[in-house]
Design a protein around this ligand. Sequence first.
Ligand code: ADP
Ligand code: MG
Length: 698
Amino acid sequence: MKTISDYFGSLVFDDRVMKSSLPTDVYETLKKTIDVGEQLDISVANAVADAMKDWAVSKGATHFTHWFQPLTGITAEKHDSFISPSPDGGVIMEFSGKELIKGEPDASSFPSGNLRATFEARGYTAWDPTSYAFIKGKTLCIPTAFCSYGGEALDKKTPLLRSMEALNKQALRILRLFGNESAKYVRSSVGPEQEYFLITKEMYDKRPDLQFTGRTLFGAKPPKGQEMDDHYFGVIKPRVAAFMEELNEELWKLGILAKTEHNEVAPAQHELAPIYTTTNIATDHNQLTMEIMQKVANKHGLVCLLHEKPFAGVNGSGKHNNWSIATDTGQNLLSPGETPYENAQFLLFLCAVIKAVDDYQDLLRISVATAGNDHRLGANEAPPAVVSMFLGDELNAVLEAIENDTPYEGTKKTQMKLGVDVLPKFNRDNTDRNRTSPFAFTGNKFEFRMLGSSNSIACTNIMLNAAVAESLKIYADRLEGVEDFSTSLHEMIKKTIKDHKHIIFNGNGYDDNWIKEATEKRGLLNYRTTPDCMPHLLDKKNVDMLTGHGVFSIPELRSRYEIMLENYCKAVVIEANTMVSMAKTQIAPAVESYSVHVAKAANTKRAMDASIPCEYECKIVKKLSALLDRISIKADELEDAVLSLDEAEDIGSESVMIRDNILGLMGELRLACDEAETITAKKYWPFPTYGDILFSVK
Ligand code: ADP
Ligand code: MG
């Protein structure tokens, strides 16, 4: 029997393969590029390309592709075959360093948000050697960044790499201040927990809403939902277990460290978490994971739903971004240390994150903004749209002691003087599990929980890395060259706590009182929807910070603003159109047929005996006729509202029209249809109900 270690990473051109297949000098040079970003010359690239091709061909690959992450949110690839004609009429397999380093896909059909003038259709992809190449099907996939010829990033990878570099630069400045001369680089790591739904393909194929929009747009509440709490961590059904087994195998072959899997709160909902890794690799892996989940599900006659809110009234799916920063020597900078110096350094990094989250609440909110995620945030199943941080009682008490110059009432009473005293050891288990906080400290990392299940984790980590780099820069600017380092550090940390403690909230984030307190007393931001938050991407403070660290240029930011709002508008318009079509061509005719059937029944009875009152039939027919009228009116209104979007002057006002007019009408149309569903005989209803879908996988 094959064991996991036999095939783990077998489809990845990883360090093991590089070491064994590359000449030593080539390997050493490439390794330097991977570790510290040194330029690679063409002769080395040629050697790497050649080895990569031989390896890929030996695994059955016939094509290669530059694999990239355009702003559509999914990944893109264009396959080229390795074949090249040989003089004898045959073919040889070829792949050059030039082809490895740079590709030129036609960029004109990818969203650019006006970045790329239409006459300049070309963009180029550039190899990201820090993320290993891998084989998918018969294609060698080379992870790349995607840029316009003007050099603007047309993808999510480029700004992510830039944000990692910004964080690296500022974190190293801080480490040097603490006397650390040995660390060569600092990187952020991420472990994303991914939630998803599994339903049968048979159900999916009967629901146009699922097919066109990824979520159900109609559906009355089933008699049994998630109220029994019997699904979370419950026994995994055989069909799901078979899916998970194959999924794990596929992920392991790609070197993706899929680690835990379990049932989630809602029926048919599950979760997969990998072991954390460097952020850009974790991002690539998460994109691949989502893709492979869908592919493997299909093979099992299932459909994997990654939408944030596939079913109203049932918990939606999120993604938890577990994030930390560490040195190349393996020191986690968010882990409290053993010595006073390490502890002071830990507190500085902790404060940098606190300051970053507070100063850039808006950017974090923006980083998870999609039409789908707007349904989840603040719906008492996921964190609210207000960003706050959970630190736990123990750490909170330490910060209070520092702020007020009072003794820390921990295990033993100690006056906190940074750089002098040893901090108490924070027991990981003591970080009580607050599951309602958007941004929770969990012992040696932060868990950002606002992401929607379909979000690319790139956006969040770009903002997080950049915002923390900004805090660290401010700290380093202040501390470099001071005479009394300990005192200055102590004062600076104290000031951070004073200035930013309003972002710290250790209570229940789902409580309505919290939202009141957060917005009214603490002045925290509460952007409920995508159109509310998106314009703030272009606020001066955000533009200054992001351009200051070279993460985005101003045109790149404008393009993101355009594209994210465009995506929002398109998603809702497709939903509205799908609703209108389903209401008019499926629901209304079904309701009509059923009422005719009932009316006929009454007529038949009365023909037998005119004195039969037929109260039941009359009641149903009256009710359904009234609902039918309402459905027809609301469907027309919604249709008109969508047409009137043409009058919007720009994407910003279109998104506001959608938020203010379209969403409400969609809700009203749905209400009438869902009510009709509860009265109409099941065999007349044109598609499977929530109960059918949610309990379809046996
Ligand atoms: P849970 O949140 O369910 O308790 P874990 O604590 O095991 O689960 O971790 C959840 C995710 O956090 C996993 O993907 C794990 O690899 C990741 N993780 C653990 N430590 C770190 C770290 N230092 N940096 C980033 N992610 C981490
Ligand atoms: Mg978690």
